[in-house]
Each structure stands twice: as structure tokens, then as C-alpha cells.
Design a protein around this ligand. Structure first.
Ligand code: FES
Length: 87
């Protein structure tokens, strides 16, 4: 099954974090989209993808990494996971 990693790290300092920029809601919205389409893709909530200042960040396993993710980008990210060959 394809996997999309979603950074959900929260920082409670002045440093940026994906969780502080709404990635929890994005992960839930992505799961709803996957369920609606019955897509063979799972969401893996991840503690940090290492590019915190560019968040919210998501990574299609064996595929693209996406920065500054918004809800409008989720269909394209899901499609890119579906287009990725099985690892
Ligand atoms: S906090 Fe999301 S990549 Fe580090």
C-alpha cells in the first residue's frame, strides 16, 4: 500500500512547526479524501521531516516531498501517491 507521511510536529517555541501550521487538520482531511475515493493509500503521521520552515510538509514514500501544503493541494498529492510505482 502507498504511504503519505504527514509531519505533525508541534513546537511550543517561536520556531516553526508543521503542527503549528495546521498539519493535524490536513492529515485528517487527507484521510477523508482517501476514504471517499477508497484509495489504497495510508497516512503516516510523522514527527518531523527536517524542513520545518517550509511546512506544512508531506512526503509520498518513494516519491515527491511537498511544502507549504494546503487543503487544495491534497487531491494532487494523493494522485501522485497513486501514480508512484510500488516500492
Ligand atoms: S516540523 Fe514539520 S518538518 Fe519539521
Amino acid at each position: 500500500m502507498k504511504t503519505i507521511m504527514v509531519c505533525i510536529k508541534h513546537r511550543y517555541t517561536d520556531k516553526p512547526s508543521c503542527g503549528g501550521r495546521g498539519s493535524d487538520a490536513l492529515a485528517c482531511a487527507l484521510e477523508h479524501l482517501i476514504a471517499d475515493r477508497q484509495a489504497p493509500v495510508k497516512v503516516h503521521r510523522f514527527p518531523c521531516l527536517g524542513l520545518c520552515e517550509l511546512g506544512p510538509n508531506m512526503k509520498v514514500v518513494a516519491g515527491e516531498m511537498y511544502h507549504h501544503v494546503s487543503e487544495a493541494m491534497l487531491p494532487d498529492i494523493l494522485q501522485s501517491a497513486l501514480d508512484e510505482p510500488e516500492a
